[in-house]
Design a protein around this ligand. Sequence first.
Ligand SMILES: [Zn+2]
Length: 182
Amino acid sequence: MDNWQQGWWLPARRADSPNFSPRENGETVSLVVLHNISLPPFEYGTGAVEKLFTNRINPKEHPFFSAIHPLRVSSHFFIDRKGAAVQFVSCDDAAYHAGVSSFRGRGKCNAFSIGIELEGCDFEPFTDVQYQSLNILLRALAARYPIEAVTGHQYIAPGRKSDPGHFFDWVRVAEGGIAIVR
Ligand SMILES: [Zn+2]
């Protein structure tokens, strides 16, 4: 069974973000970029990540939110600590997750990549069910798109970004079946 519909992966809950651009004609989706995020920093399960990616964050709710609420960012997917996946942007469109970045000499990675945010931070391990969900998603992506590699934000924006970080176990992503480049 094909679990895809116009770039939407049906097993994920859908929460549309307005923060995306159509991919250029003829562009192929060849890269997966992994990130970590927690909002407020180091707090889990607050719902704030989904609010950020859908431009609904309340700047008065937390001092950190007033700093980030003007941001217009998104990822394709978010996998929470319990392994549940949410999709914000069709994989056929470009989400705003990588920023200034370069992979194998090519800049602006948003144009040709898919972004996956794992709920977490740079300072503690991710959960077993996150790796399980991530690998299921990676296999689905590899079956649908000509993905050549999976990498981390820290490797395409070195010095500027540090996620998914030291605690992310790349060995466990091998099950996803996509070549790891870092
Ligand atoms: Zn990131």
